[in-house]
Design a protein around this ligand. Structure first.
Ligand code: C2E
Ligand code: MG
Ligand code: MG
Ligand code: MG
Length: 281
């Protein structure tokens, strides 16, 4: 009996694994086709300075609308597929170009200038040509490294060599904002905050979610904010969804917030409307 159900469970497991692999293969094929079409676009989620209530920057988030609707996938699903192949390199280049093009366009429309942060995957960052491509594209659109920020996760920095450190330091010295994304969820230690030229920590959504109610989440959250501030880093709290979370964070005097409570990711045109209405201070 036990053996029988074990075997069934194995069969079920194998079948669903197989389904998953098929799905991933389909997504990869479809992503590859999409690179030649225009099935990608960026949406932008504002970051708010709570003291002034101004939009100071935004994060560019990739969206994919494949021609074959059944292949539709969220970034949480298709980015990991792209990362497992070399697709992420070309997709990442598309994102760099699209972000720069957008900033240049807003610039030409005389909108209040804000920085656009892009997410950079490990494979992309460790690609030899990445930094030249980034610098060249920024220059090609008449921008400076201050106009574009990069978000890296902790895991991406594990095993970074001197060369990567040097290239990141050059960008930092040129004024580029380098942020650690999803801070607190990775495997690295705090020591790399000393090593790498990081300007901003983005505290992962999971900590703020329960922080107003759970003592442990609150303690971790406060500890991250304290360490960050003592190191002179900016803190962005990600994924604020409620007024309670906002009030809780305000008590800690953190700097910046990004979350559905303020704004969801939106098309460029919608963000342009918001920026038009902002008053320079
Ligand atoms: P991330 O960089 O941590 O981006 C934040 C994610 O949280 C976004 O999901 C955003 O829409 C979502 N979010 C923001 N505020 C809230 C909130 O208040 N509540 C909730 N529940 N969620 C919130 P999205 O756009 O689905 O992206 C997921 C992940 O996909 C990103 O996480 C990032 O790791 C990756 N990704 C997205 N675009 C790119 C890209 O262009 N390149 C690379 N390499 N990765 C990307
Ligand atoms: Mg991010
Ligand atoms: Mg994040
Ligand atoms: Mg995330």
């Amino acid at each position: 009996q036990a053996k029988e159900s074990g075997r069934n469970r194995y069969r079920f497991f194998a079948a669903s694994m197989n389904e998953q692999l098929n799905r991933q293969r389909q997504i990869a094929t479809s992503l590859r086709q999409s690179l030649d079409g225009d099935d990608f676009h960026l949406v932008f989620q504002p970051q708010i300075d709570l003291a002034s209530q101004h939009i100071v920057a935004c994060e560019a988030l990739l969206r994919w609308q494949p021609k074959e609707a059944s292949n539709w996938a969220s970034p949480a699903e298709f980015i990991p597929v792209a990362e497992r192949s070399d697709l992420i390199i070309r997709i990442g280049q598309w994102v760099v170009q699209a972000a720069c093009r957008q900033v240049a366009k807003w610039r030409s429309q005389q909108l209040l200038p804000i920085r656009v942060d892009i997410n950079v995957s490990g494979k992309q960052l460790h690609q030899p040509g990445f930094f030249n491509f980034l610098n060249d594209t920024i220059a090609e659109y008449g921008l400076t490294p201050k106009d574009i920020g990069i978000e890296l996760t902790e895991n991406v920095l594990i095993g970074a060599d001197d060369d990567l450190l040097r290239r990141l330091t050059q960008l930092h010295d040129a004024g580029m904002e380098i942020s650690i994304d999803d801070f607190g969820t990775g495997y690295s230690s705090l020591s790399y905050l000393k090593l790498f030229p990081v300007r901003t920590l983005k505290i992962d959504r999971m900590f703020v979610e329960e922080a107003p109610y759970q003592q442990k989440d609150r303690a971790i959250f406060e500890a991250i904010v304290n360490v960050g501030h003592k190191l002179g880093l900016n803190i962005v709290v990600e994924g604020i969804e409620t007024e309670q979370q906002t009030l809780f964070c305000q008590q800690l005097h953190y700097d910046l917030a990004q979350g559905y409570y303020f704004y969801k990711p939106m098309p460029a045109s919608q963000l342009a409307d918001l920026l038009t209405r902002s008053e320079p201070n």
